[in-house]
Each structure stands twice: as C-alpha cells, then as structure tokens.
Ligand binder design. Structure first.
Ligand code: HEC
Length: 448
C-alpha cells in the first residue's frame, strides 16, 4: 500500500523536536503569525514599490521637472514605510520561529550564508534610501549620481525578498532538504520565481493605492510641488498601476498554484484562494469605472476598493498558512512520533540504567588464574604493574604482604584503606563481586 509516511521516512530527514511547550496557545501564535505577517508585508510592499517608482520618476525627471518633484515626494515615504516594515517584521519572525522552529531553522541553515547576508544587504539598502533622500538638494546638479544611488537601492530591494522567499519555500519541503546545496540551488525550486513575481505585482498594486491616497489627501499641499501635473493625473496613474498589477495577478496567481507541489492542497485552501480572488474582482471594476469616469469622481470608490482588496489580502495570507499547515502535517506527525519514541527511550534509560558488561578476554594459557588475570587487566592494571610502582605499589609488594592472607587481600580490595605516604587513596571498585575478588586474590598471589 502506498503510504506517505513510509515514503517520507525514506527520503526525508526527520529530526526530533525540542520537548518544550509553546509560550502562547498555538491558535494565538497562528493568528499572530498570519496577521502580523500581512501588516509587515504591506509595508514591505510599499517600501519596494516606492523605491521602484522613485527610480522611474527620477529617470523621467531628467526631462520633466514635475516628475523630478514627484520622485522626491515618493522617496520621502520610503524610509517611513521601511521603518514600519522592520518593526512589524519582528512579530511574524518570532511567531514563525516558535511555531515552526524545526522547519524555519533547517531552511535558514541550508541557505546559511545568504540568510546572514540579509543583514548587511538590508543595512546598505536602507542607508542608500536615506542617502537618496538627504542628498536630494545637494545632488540637484548631479542627477545621474542620485539616480545611481536609488538604482542600487532598487536592485538590493528587488533581491532581498528572494532570500526570504527561498527560505519560506524551503521550509515547506523537508523532502528536498537532502538535495539542496545552498541558496542558489534552492532558488531553482519550481515555486520560487512565480511566487516572487506574485509578490512584486502585489507590491506595485499596494503602492498604487498608497500613492492614490497620499497625493489625494486634502491636507497635502499639492500645488506647492507640481506645476503641470494635477492631482487627478497622479491618482489616475496610481489607480492604473494598481489595476494593471491586479490583472497580472490573475495570470501569475494560477502559476503559483500550479507550481506548488500538491501535497499542501485541500478543498478549504482552494475555496479560500478563489474567494480571495473573487473579492478582488469588484475592486478592479470600481477602479476601472473611476479611471474612465469623470475626473471629479475618481476618489468615489476608493475606500470600497481598499476594503475589498484588504479582504483579498487576508484571504491570500490565510491560504498561505493553510498550505503550509497542510504541507507540513505528515512530516510534523513523523517528528512527533520520533520525538515521543526518543522521550520514551530516554525515560527508560534514566529509570533503568543498564550496567555496561564488557566481555573479559581470557588468556587460557594461564589455567585456573586466567579469569583473575582478566579481571585485574580490566580493573587494576591502570594503577598497578607487576614489579614497578605505577599509581599504586607493584603486585610483587602485594604478594609479599598478603602471601599467607588471601582474606586480607580480598578485604583490602573490598574496602581499600589509606596506608602509604606519598600515594593517593585507592578508589573503592564497587562493580566487583565476591567471586571477582576470589579470582583476583588467586591470581595476584600466584605471581612469583
Ligand atoms: C586508581 C588507581 C588504582 C586502581 C584502579 C587500583 N588500585 Fe590498588 N592501590 C592504589 C594505590 C594508590 C595504592 C596505595 C594506597 C595506600 O597505600 O594508601 C593501592 C594499593 C593496593 C594494594 C596494597 C594494599 C596494602 O595493604 O598495602 C593492593 C593489594 C591493591 N592496591 C590491589 C588492587 C587491586 C586488586 C585492584 C583492582 C581490583 C586495584 N588495586 C586497583 C591505586 C589503585
């Protein structure tokens, strides 16, 4: 019979779990994981989308003053969104590493170098966005340099998510762990690139909505910054970006599904994804009506659009969790069995420590003292030699003392005393039996 557990056992490393309770109820950790991750990823989306748009506007701004100003306005939001993304990233990171400690740890260590590289890469990318923001005036006379700075930040921001994606992807597939040789080989797992484009499109869609809101605020001194561009122009472009990116998701989304191994699929997952996609449809329709309708009505449906797409995001985020839970369930079961078996064995070992019985090597040529010689070899020879002092006195000395007193010799072995100056105390060898001491005495006293 085909049995997923047997197959898994043969190809998958099944480590033991740490027998520690979770710090919070599991459902609460799952909720925290899904919810805090979504909040985090929205600001990551804004940070990345904002950087890409800044770069694009700066290039257009070489010829068009208004775009130059638009680039500056967007660039000022990147660092704020970035800080929120970082702060909001702590909760999901902590929850995933408690809920999925074993999987998260394995995935990070398999891509170790690149995983650690996140820290310097993110640091450099953040510094570059600050540099771009704070050298804006200074570099007015050297726009190509300013563009180079934001282009470098963009490249880094486009690369870093790949490291995270490879990691969360690798977590799901313990059966691949044995085949992975570092980051780049994990990058080639079939699902990584579709997921990456799914993420980039989401970034552009979310950033479009953000720009729409940011520049549409009544309090925003629009006319101070722009000569020719109108609020409507920018809002229309922002909406178009969101719409185009959302339409693209309807192609990339199914690709993500198709390239995901089926082991994590079940009907509830498919329902969640379809419901999420369905809720995006009216949002896209409202955006379309706003773009093609009267300019003064462009913001009419905005909050409905935001609400609908937020629900889509919540559904997709939950689907993501359901896939992970389903995909890992059989492996988690194995780990549980393995851990329980280990716990059982170690409890047994603690309760009934087995004494190590080492085979005696008998030298039969020694006749009836062969057994005594073997016991001596095993228990005494590290301290006693035949006719030289080692730790204790030589055997010849023992013979001269106990020649006519085998019982005295046995009594000493059973309970060694303290006799000689300049010698340490001989330890009591509790593992010896009366029979062993008889054999020892017979052997020792046979020495000439
Ligand atoms: C860790 C080292 C050590 C081991 C192992 C050890 N001994 Fe000793 N033994 C000594 C020392 C040290 C003395 C001297 C102690 C003293 O005189 O206070 C000694 C003394 C003796 C003496 C002399 C007793 C006397 O009356 O003077 C005998 C006999 C002896 N050991 C037998 C044995 C036998 C048999 C074994 C193995 C079953 C054994 N020892 C294992 C360290 C050891």
């Amino acid at each position: 019979m085909f049995n997923i557990f047997n197959v898994l056992l043969q190809i998958t490393p099944v480590p033991r779990n740490i027998p520690l309770p979770l710090p919070l109820p599991e459902w609460l950790l799952v909720f925290l994981l899904v919810f805090s991750f979504l909040l985090h990823i929205i600001f990551v989306n804004l940070m990345i989308g904002g950087t890409v748009l800044t770069l694009w506007c700066q290039i257009k701004g070489l010829k068009d003053k208004d775009y130059h100003n638009l680039a500056h306005e967007i660039s000022r939001t990147i660092t704020v969104n970035k800080s929120l993304a970082v702060v909001l990233g702590i909760a999901p990171l902590l929850s995933i590493s408690t809920l999925y400690a074993l999987y998260f740890y394995s995935a990070t260590s398999l891509t170790g170098g690149m995983w650690i590289a996140i820290i310097p890469l993110v640091t450099v990318a953040f510094l570059l966005t600050y540099l771009n923001k704070y050298t804006w005036k200074v570099l007015d006379s050297n726009k190509p340099l300013s563009i180079a700075i934001i282009a470098a930040a963009t490249l880094l921001f486009l690369f870093i998510p790949l490291i995270f994606l490879v990691n969360v992807n690798l977590m799901l597939f313990p059966e691949k762990w044995g085949l992975i040789k570092g980051f780049f080989s994990a990058l080639l797992l079939p699902n990584v690139l579709p997921r990456y484009f799914h993420f980039l499109c989401a970034s552009m869609a979310v950033t479009g909505l953000f720009i729409f809101w940011y520049f549409g605020r009544k309090s925003y001194p629009f006319e101070e910054y722009f000569e020719r561009l109108t609020r409507y122009d920018i809002q229309k472009k922002a909406y178009s970006l969101t719409l185009a990116a959302s339409v693209a998701q309807f192609i990339i989304g199914p690709l993500v599904m198709l390239t995901l191994p089926t082991k994590g699929f079940n009907w509830s997952l498919i329902l969640i994804i379809l419901a999420g996609a369905a809720i995006a449809l009216p949002a896209m329709w409202w955006i379309w009506k706003s773009i093609t309708g009267a300019p003064e009505d462009i913001a009419k449906h905005f909050w409905k659009v935001v609400a609908a797409l937020s629900i889509t995001v919540i559904f997709m985020g939950s689907g993501r969790h359901v896939y992970r839970a389903t995909a890992l369930a059989p492996h988690q079961k194995l780990v549980e069995i393995q851990s329980a078996e280990f716990e059982r064995l170690s409890k047994e070992a603690r309760e009934h420590p087995t004494e190590e019985k080492v085979e005696l090597k008998l030298d039969t040529s020694l006749g009836n003292v062969a057994k005594g010689a073997a016991i001596f070899q095993q228990n005494c020879s590290s301290c006693h030699k035949k006719d030289e002092k080692l730790v204790g006195p030589p055997m010849t000395e023992m013979v001269s003392i106990y020649k006519n007193n085998p019982d005295g010799l046995k009594a000493w072995i059973k309970k060694p005393g303290k006799k000689r100056e300049g010698y340490p105390q001989m330890p009591t060898l509790t593992q010896l039996t009366d029979d062993d001491r008889n054999e020892l005495a017979k052997y020792i006293l046979s020495i000439k």
